[in-house]
Design a protein around this ligand. Structure first.
Ligand code: ASP
Ligand code: MG
Length: 406
């Protein structure tokens, strides 16, 4: 069976007119003789409305009922899509997760799909039907409705593609694909034709807007090709796939930048085992997300400096945690707001030397000072003053030949 999974996001089903358009897209695949499995999110705004209602009922709304409530948005969208397909003369019906069932494990609000029963859907596909399946929801061992985290319909689609061994999983959304950098920040950003899972994960700050990052990890583990494309424009999108499928590797695939980061330095901490752990333990306990971490080599073997970055939103919390941490000693604590991390990402840099140098030289030519550097196999990140972000982005995008040619 040639199965394709089509997932429609909230904006794609955001109005009656758009749902009619979605039905057209589905019919297009049906005509090409695909067995089509559709997954839909709730109409845009609906999930947020439902969450708001729950918090107006109680500031301690039970998570079991939260899942029952917020999963209803998907039910509405799916019945409307199925209704439209039936109107057009096709065999279709909606399926709620419990009717299949799509089984989940883990806590309410944040469950994980671990099993999908295929029997009913396969039978239905064989008869020529088009199943329209609710994303974002599942049912657990206690027969309770669950949800799998905000933006979870992406993960639903990936798991359906996995269990049904779909040829392809297509994520329909309101952007045309994944770009070399945020097109809202840089006009010259170009749509990427093919990108590896690893690069896509590294570009999380760009990717997150296009797809839920955990679902990209699911796709990577299960080797499922994903195509991200616009439901409004009939253009090819971005293919997310395994590295070995990418023949024409660019050295750099994309550049991402962060906003509202802060830098924290502990000057003169003891250079002995356990110190870093003592600093980071209370931070992780309080859910402060630490990003870049750099420890200087100790010059005298006794003392060293430790620097890390966090979101500026967490700055006050972090200050308090460090100042109240009685298990660490340091000479001075320095905070700096208004920094930004720029990362160049690409699997091509594994085999191409000199990317680091080119990045640093480009920034030097623009008189942009680098505060912190960190690298991974496929990424080089630098921390700079936030006011230089745009200039750095423009220069690096050009240096690595990513600019859109108009
Ligand atoms: N409707 C859910 C949400 O808004 C799931 C999704 O959009 O993927 O989070
Ligand atoms: Mg969504």
């Amino acid at each position: 069976m040639k199965i394709v999974v089509l997932k429609f996001g909230g904006t794609s089903v955001g109005s009656i007119k758009k749902i009619k358009k979605v039905a057209e897209i589905i019919v297009g695949y049906k005509r090409k003789n695909y067995k089509v499995v559709v997954v839909s999110s709730a109409m845009s705004g609906v999930t947020n409305e439902l969450i708001k209602k729950s918090s107006e009922i109680s500031n301690n709304f039970p998570i079991t009922e939260y899942d029952v409530l917020v999963s209803t948005g998907e039910q509405i969208a799916c019945s409307l899509i199925a209704g439209r397909l039936i109107h057009k003369g096709y065999m279709s019906r909606s399926w709620l997760a419990w009717q299949i069932p799509i089984l989940t494990v883990g806590a309410h609000k944040n469950s994980r799909i671990n099993q999908i029963n295929k029997i009913k859907i396969i039978k239905y596909l064989r008869k020529g039907g088009i199943p329209i399946i609710t994303g974002f929801q599942g049912v657990n061992n206690d027969n309770r409705i669950t949800t799998i985290g905000r933006g979870g319909s992406d993960a639903s689609a990936i798991m359906l593609a996995k269990f049904f061994r779909a040829e392809r999983c297509i994520i329909y959304t309101d952007v045309e694909g994944v770009y070399t950098t945020d097109p809202n920040k840089l006009k010259k950003a170009k749509k990427i034709k093919v990108i590896s899972y690893e690069e896509m994960l590294e570009m999380a700050s760009l990717g997150a807007k296009v797809m839920q990052p955990v679902s990209i990890q699911d796709a990577r583990l299960n080797r499922i090709d994903i195509e991200v494309k616009s439901s409004f424009k009939n253009k090819s999108g971005t293919l997310i796939t395994k590295r070995s499928n990418i023949i024409n590797n660019k050295i750099v695939t994309g550049i991402s930048s962060t906003q509202n980061d802060s830098k924290v330095s502990l000057i003169g901490v003891k250079d002995k085992p356990g110190v870093a752990a003592a600093i980071f333990k209370p931070l992780s306990k309080n859910l402060v997300n630490v990003d870049m971490v750099v420890q200087n080599i100790s010059a005298n073997g006794k003392e060293t400096d430790l620097t890390f970055t966090i979101k500026t939103d967490d700055l006050n919390k972090t200050k308090k945690i460090i100042q109240e941490n009685k298990t660490i000693n340091y000479r001075k604590l320095v905070f700096e707001k208004g920094v930004s991390k720029i990362s160049v990402i690409g699997v091509g840099m594994i085999t191409t030397p000199g990317v680091t140098f080119r990045m640093f030289q480009t920034l030097a030519n623009k008189q942009i000072n680098i505060k912190v550097i960190s690298t991974s196999e496929i990424k080089i990140s630098v921390l700079i003053d936030k006011i230089n972000t745009q200039r750095a982005l423009i220069a690096l995008h050009k240096e690595f030949k990513l600019d859109h040619k108009k």
